[in-house]
Write a protein that binds this ligand. Sequence first.
Ligand code: UDP
Ligand code: MG
Length: 328
Amino acid sequence: MSVSIVVPIYNERENIRLLYDQLVAALPELGCPWEAVLVDDGSTDGSSDELDRLAREDHRVKIVRFRRNYGQTAAMGAGIRYATGDVIVTMDGDLQNDPSDIAKMVRKLDEGYDLVHGWRKDRQDALVNRKIPSKIANWIISKTTGFPIHDLGCTLKAIRREIAQELELYGEMHRFIPILAHGRGARCVEVVTQHHPRRFGTTKYGISRTIRVVLDLITVKYMLDYFASPMKFFGRIGFGCWAVALVAGLSTLGMKMLAGVDMTGNPLLGLTILSIMVGVQFLSLGLLGEVHARVYYATQPNQNYAVRELVNFTPASEPSASRWKIAA
Ligand code: UDP
Ligand code: MG
């Protein structure tokens, strides 16, 4: 087995060397080869030189350098893509996560899990604009997705590479990694991890992130439940509109026949016509979505199913060899 540590770095000059020292001290406990994939997300504070120095000294340190700042999600996505270890450990580059937790998390994978995510039970961040919004967001996300979780924001995670590389990370999606992976059938588990206050540099986020996360939640919810069959989502709304149209239409007729209410002057007639048309719109949207889903799955490697393993096949065209085995 081998492990890749993936770390997004954006203006963390003072932290880089210390992080490397912590990794070098903690990783021998794993007892396996490791690499550190440090993603330089358009740093402008001299972090890039610091990273280059490290890479010259130790060839286990690999750098993916972005042309400009693309954000933490893109940085993590790139790190995961270029990582070569069997297990990918993601963490922050600001020393808030503790590398001494890594061995514990990787060992947890051996118990049969595909993804281990951290829970910063004793989180060391500002209370009002970080911890409280985060608690609320975690609660909402947990309720909406039905995924039991305490702390989605903890970047410290250990993931099997084939699963990590299957994930599609956009926007702020890196914080939904456990949920996305779970949606693709990964066995996930949460472990309590340590958390330290930031000593150097500044946080890149504020309260406004909460809104972005909630918007991403809507996307994730849709992706998980309806991405492969949008008609089930839009079709239901369409039928709902037609049900409203039916009730409103029958009421219009009934009022005309029983109470002599003039149909053209009855606002319910307007509602009937509107609901029929809106219903048609939603059903058409569903059909377009269905076409889109087919185009999507036909043009890219991800399938709408995930294979855990293949038994007694020969690896002819399958890219990820770790899934192949011969039954003993
Ligand atoms: N980061 C990044 N690109 C960005 C913002 C952040 O690569 O645009 C990195 C940052 O260098 C750090 C990690 O993502 O290693 C987490 O960022 P931060 O500590 O600011 O977030 P917080 O811990 O406050 O949620
Ligand atoms: Mg931080």
